[in-house]
Design a binder for this molecule. Sequence first.
Ligand code: NAG
Ligand code: NAG
Length: 309
Amino acid sequence: MPIILEIIGLTHFCFNFATDKFDGKQPLSLTIEKEFAQNSKRFKSVDQHPTEPWILVSLYSGTVCIWNYQSQTLEKSFKVTESPVRSAKFIARENWIVTASDDKYIRVYNYDTMEKIKEYEAHTDFIRSVAVHPTLPYLLSCSDDKVIKLWDWEKDWSCTQIFEGHSHYVMQVAFNPKDTSTFASASLDGTIKIWNIGSPTAEFTLDGHSKGVNCIDYFSCRDKPYLLSGSDDFTAKVWDIETKSCVQTLEGHEHNVTAVCVHAELPIIITVSEDGNVHIWNATTFRLESKLNYALERVWAIGHLKGSD
Ligand SMILES: *[C@@H]1O[C@H](CO)[C@@H](O)[C@H](O)[C@H]1NC(C)=O
Ligand SMILES: *[C@@H]1O[C@H](CO)[C@@H](O)[C@H](O)[C@H]1NC(C)=O
């Protein structure tokens, strides 16, 4: 079964990890095949559709595109605004995309009809990231105004909770897939905070990076919940959520770490950096297994498809 991971710079790429023989027992040999490359304007975010062969890319120019990585063609393009669109996500169960941009607006489009469903001013400064709840009609947004907001689209996108506590820009928010009433936030104040969607103050704070935190991703290992974070201190850290402590620091990047993810199917951690490198780490031993450099400029975002390699 082909499994796809994409790593996107000024050029975006799809890769196929050739792992036909991987059964969880044999050592995993990482043969990486580049499947698809497409030049674009400077991009800010990437998301993957759960069932269609589509990737959603948001651009600094204010445009959002859906690329079909099988036919290698542009499916749709939306001119959202004149400002950078820092985050765009599929809400596949509604046939929507949601965008967040430097003009402080959240916009929602139906990707079949291209109709704009909703548009509203959500924050008082740039919006850095949005996260879609896996089952409930909730969207989280975070901003340079230091605030995180929860929106309920079944209540006409009203803001049902405001979360305050960070002292600098909030760069990313992510729902905990194992406990979807909680989520994490990464901030340039150097901390990660864990929140409950019913409470305006953080449950606890993970403090350990020496500079701002740009990105986070939840994962589990032997049924224990962990969090991965990437920072301007050039490292990524693995946190044990139960003991609230850092269990590993991944060192090797030579510039700010901009995006991190733990692969849903393969036991690998992927980190990307402004040094232009993509690092693949062993999720069990935390050893650096592979370093990819395709002479990209700053690498800014990664996405991967569940149920696929
Ligand atoms: C991770 O390390 C273990 C132990 O050395 C090894 O068996 C496994 O194949 C490694 N995984 C990857 C993805 O390289
Ligand atoms: C990298 O991190 C530093 C320190 O937080 C920040 O000032 C800088 O803008 C970041 N990006 C680049 C391209 O230097």
